[in-house]
Design a protein. Structure first.
Length: 310
């Protein structure tokens, strides 16, 4: 059977679920996404066992009730993220209502004014896409209020709609990939595939005063071993390496889901400057920043990932 036909058949239940979900009001759709993952994922994935094994390894002092609470919170957040991702127009409108906070806001504004290229580094935590949507909206607010960049290159990108792009990993299922890329691009462009060609295009964009998002918390066999949550994990240094080579600011940021499951706090930390140390030093700072967030809000990190390959 043709590969694309196989992919379409495999993707059909997912697409059907998404289409049915779009008939529902946005808040109900997101709440159901969380319920679906929390209640039903155990029947067709190994997520429960994987998450609990990671929690036992990282937090051996926690009792069973607390581990179960983190497990359910993690699955709920994953389901909500999925429902939001495939509800991109409503999700973006909702995320743009978020208020940006944190010690890096003034540095962010200065980077915008000066046309400084920037990398926004985060993990699979809370809603990283809510953070990207809110950051894009903030730039538009600045532009409308007369706080325009003094950089001709930066303004040209903004006029084109290229405010804060992202590096993304293409899905293996061709049918799913079309919808995945459409949602990713709707939230913010440009979209760069995680490939040699994609990285070259990303560097060109950064050199034109571009801003881009990186996720740095997955296992990287080509990375370096760094402590994360008390255990060494193979960690990508790509974000720091590109920041150093292109003199870009490196902002840790987070979209923290609020107790109602729909709203977010967007935290922008002080930027790590490209002259502040080696790529390993800068990556250690990123890793410690994410570690602090995970320890504070453990339900919001994606414990499903095989971060330590245990």
């Amino acid at each position: 059977m043709n590969r694309r036909i196989k992919d379409a058949i495999a993707n059909f239940p997912l697409r059907l679920w998404v289409q049915i979900g779009r008939l529902l009001p946005y808040p109900l759709r997101v709440n159901l996404g969380g319920w679906f993952m929390r209640r039903l994922a155990v029947h067709f994935t190994d997520y429960d066992d994987r998450i609990l094994s990671h929690l036992e390894w990282v937090y051996p002092e926690l009792g069973t009730p607390r581990r179960q609470a983190i497990l359910h919170g993690c699955l709920d957040n994953c389901g909500r993220m999925f429902a939001e991702y495939f509800s991109a127009p409503e999700f973006v409108r909702h995320a743009c209502q978020s208020i940006l906070e944190g010690p890096g806001i003034e540095d962010l504004r200065q980077a915008h004014l000066e046309g400084q290229s920037a990398i926004f580094a985060t993990g699979h935590f809370g809603s990283f896409e809510a953070g990207r949507a809110a950051l894009i909206n903030q730039v538009r607010v600045w532009q409308r209020s007369g706080c325009k960049s003094r950089s001709t290159q930066r303004n040209a990108l903004i006029e084109k709609g290229w405010i804060l792009g992202g590096l993304y990993r293409p899905a293996s299922n061709f049918s799913y990939e079309k919808h995945h890329l459409a949602s990713f691009s709707y939230i913010g462009e440009p979209a760069f595939k995680k490939s040699r060609h994609g990285l070259r295009a990303l560097v060109t964009y950064l050199r034109a005063s571009g801003w881009v998002m990186f996720l740095h918390d997955q296992h990287d066999p080509n990375g370096i071993p760094l402590p994360f949550m008390g255990r060494d994990a193979m960690t990508s240094v790509t974000a720091a390496r590109i920041a150093i080579r292109n003199r870009s600011l490196l902002f840790p940021y987070y979209g923290i889901r609020q107790p109602n499951g729909l709203d977010f706090r967007i935290i922008v930390e002080k930027p790590i400057r490209p002259d502040s140390g080696s790529e390993e030093d800068m990556t250690r700072v990123l890793t410690r920043s994410l570690e602090a967030m995970v320890n504070r809000y453990p339900e919001q990190w994606f414990w499903v990932h095989r971060r330590w390959r245990i």
